[in-house]
Design a protein around this ligand. Structure first.
Ligand SMILES: *Cc1c(COP(=O)(O)O)cnc(C)c1O
Length: 379
């Protein structure tokens, strides 16, 4: 079905097509060309990150993180069940045991108070996922990780350009990962980046990303031939993709401003339904500056959520739910997880609804969405 207001719509803001042409004309469209380097430099400078490397997705960046942390069979990785499948798969691929923990009802992020009780001798990594670009309680998580000698890999797929206590998400843990998928804030179709914060990973990150070779060193003239030195794969995107992305990164603040306006409009316009107790809006905690990645509401039960979703569809508006908890997926169940283990995750996932949210969403469409929701509750 064609919706008059879709859930998401890819957009261009500036020089995307011009830069693609420039990239093609530069004569080098493979990875690590001029626009890839520009993207790295822009993000390193803007986010105060030591090393940022583009990847072809956030999934790829998470896989690189798992290799960098030497995850092997039996190692335990703690992550929320309320997340995208790639957060889990990257570690599952390497034979890790996935330890899912519950989320907080206010931010829908990993409940940091549940961490210490699941840490064992085999625990290797904590993976906080910044849901909707809202920061996890990173001070607490980093403190627990350092006391137990664990790595922290931030899944900041949705958290590009958002902050926690003055620090950009993705730059706080040992490693951070970003997504530039067309559903995220800054896009290039499919794309991502790994933010390498722990210096011990600097050299190996370049090698793993370049098929296990020391090609990056070779190009910098640091070695006189390049060869196979470690395990690896091809994780780098074409420079054509980077060209598109660079145009978006240049307009990062403009994109953020626009998204913030949409977020604030929905928030204000739906406040009366919040006050009437019909819906709840998850919130960011103190010290967290989010990036208006999404706007979701929590309904009183799953039945109401589904009825509202259907009503909006009948009005040509596509609002969608989000994650089916990973611990209740076929793979999660095969690991022995059952219903009832993570009550907040299970409750929230059935009651959550995300409203249409994209750069080009017009004010008149935002009004239409709010009116349709209000009508639903009047009936
Ligand atoms: C989008 C997303 C990913 C995957 O990003 P890709 O770039 O599509 O691989 C991973 N984790 C979270 C939390 C996401 O939202």
């Amino acid at each position: 079905m064609d919706y008059s207001i879709p859930f998401n719509k890819p957009f261009i803001v500036g020089k995307e097509l011009y830069y693609i042409a420039q990239s093609v004309l530069s004569g080098k469209i493979a990875g690590d060309g001029i626009f890839t380097k520009k993207c790295h430099a822009l993000m390193e400078e803007k986010f105060g990150a030591k090393k940022v490397l583009l990847t072809h997705s956030c999934t790829a960046a998470l896989e690189m993180a798992a290799i960098l942390c030497d995850v092997s069979v039996g190692d335990e990785v703690i992550l929320p069940s309320f997340t995208f499948v790639s957060t889990a798969n990257a570690f599952y691929l390497r034979g890790a045991r996935l330890v899912f923990i519950d989320i907080r009802p206010d931010t829908l992020n990993m409940d940091e108070t549940k961490l210490e009780e699941v840490i064992t001798e085999r625990t290797k990594i904590i993976v906080p996922v910044h849901y909707g670009g809202v920061a996890c309680e990173m001070d607490v998580i980093m403190d627990i990780a350092s006391r137990h000698g664990l790595y922290v890999v931030e899944d900041a797929a949705q958290g590009v350009n958002a902050k926690y206590n003055g620090k950009f998400l993705g730059t706080i843990g040992d490693i951070g990962t970003y997504s530039f998928h067309e559903t995220k804030n800054f896009i290039c179709g499919e794309g991502g980046a790994i933010v390498v914060n722990n210096e011990k990973f600097f050299e190996r990150a370049e090698i793993i990303r370049e098929k296990g070779t020391n090609r990056s060193k070779f190009f910098r003239g640091e070695v006189d031939k390049y060869t196979w030195v470690d395990m690896g794969s091809s994780f780098l995107p074409s420079d054509i993709i980077a060209a598109f992305l660079y145009a978006q990164l240049e307009k990062m603040e403009e994109i953020n401003e626009r998204r913030k306006k949409i977020f604030m409009f929905y928030h204000k316009a739906l406040m009366s339904l919040v006050n009437d107790g019909e819906i709840r809006i998850p919130c960011a905690s103190d010290g967290c500056q989010d990036n208006s990645h999404l706007f979701c509401i929590i309904l009183k039960d799953e039945k109401t959520r589904n009825a509202l979703m259907d009503y909006l569809k009948s009005q040509g508006i596509l609002a969608v739910f989000h994650y089916i908890p990973l611990h209740l997926s076929p793979v999660g169940r095969s690991m022995g997880y059952v219903e009832g283990l993570l009550p907040i995750t299970e409750a929230m996932s059935g009651r959550l609804l995300r409203l249409p949210f994209y750069y080009d969403l017009k004010r008149r469409q935002q009004i239409q969405v709010v009116e349709a929701i209000t009508d639903f509750f009047r009936k």
